[in-house]
Design a protein around this ligand. Structure first.
Ligand code: GDP
Ligand code: MG
Length: 153
């Protein structure tokens, strides 16, 4: 069951918090069977957000994205489980909600790319970088999910 230790960074953006979607987004990951390893509400600095979105520096929407991400609290989380990075992206849906399948978080709750309510790491490498950027090691809880035998063969 060692594959089940993959981790991803998932964040509920300020629009998701304002719209009262925190519990619903958490429930999507909980109900799928993933394990919550860390969670906190944060109002990060501009510098912190610019490093998070480092690969998008230079894009025309970059400053607007940073402003928006600074407009209110964010719920930052780490989820763990089999293939959670790729599956997490599927649960979120496409970046542009108009292309997201109904049933996904963005496909259910969003219309506009600039207000797509959630973030998810796009690769295992990005996940490692993002988890280290948002959380200290002592904020990541090491525990056994008692339901594991019901979730994994
Ligand atoms: P993600 O990994 O699916 O979140 O997408 P990206 O990493 O490509 O972009 C990060 C975030 O920037 C997206 O979630 C959007 O909120 C925003 N974004 C991406 N592309 C655009 C765009 O073309 N216009 C605007 N306004 N925002 C964008
Ligand atoms: Mg991305």
């Amino acid at each position: 069951m060692s594959d089940t230790v993959e981790r991803t960074f998932i964040a509920i953006k300020p629009d998701g918090v304002q719209r009262g979607l925190v519990a619903k987004i958490i429930a999507v990951f909980e109900q799928r069977g993933y394990k919550l390893v860390a969670i906190k509400m944060v109002c990060p600095s501009r510098e912190h957000l610019e490093v998070h979105y480092d690969d998008l520096r230079g894009k025309p929407f970059f400053q607007g994205l940073i402003e928006f991400m600074k407009s209110g609290p964010i719920v930052a989380m780490v989820w763990e489980g089999l293939d959670v990075v790729r599956q997490g992206r599927k649960l979120l849906g496409a970046t542009n909600p108009l292309e997201s399948e109904p049933g996904t978080i963005r496909g259910n709750f969003a219309i506009d790319t600039g207000r797509n309510v959630c973030h998810g790491s796009d690769s295992v490498k990005s996940a490692k970088r993002e988890i280290a950027h948002w959380f200290n090691n002592d904020e990541l809880c090491d525990y056994t999910l008692e339901l594991k035998k019901s979730i994994y063969e």
